[in-house]
Design a protein. Sequence first.
Length: 115
Amino acid sequence: MARVREKKDRHRTRGRIYRVSFATAGFGVVALGLVLVPLPGPGWLVVAVGLTMLALEFDRAERMLDRILGYLERVAEEAAEASPVVKVLGGIAMAAGTIAFVGVALLWDLPLLPL
């Protein structure tokens, strides 16, 4: 926790434009993570990265980050303890979700990569 306080103190010595830009980027990363949560992938991990950025500026974000990191630890423990059948079913569900996403993108002519 001392490292976080040290980084927070160092962050607060930076200029206002830098801090506002950094906080705006943090909000953007959190928003992206929240969009990714229902999809197969690292949605909560992206939210945690955004909250880490925001925790340098806001105390409330630091408290939320602690809660999410606790949640991620529990999920990781549950995933490690899952039976092989559950792991295979999870892999199948992720593959089906990816196939469905690609199918919808092709059906509705959505670009998969914004160029």
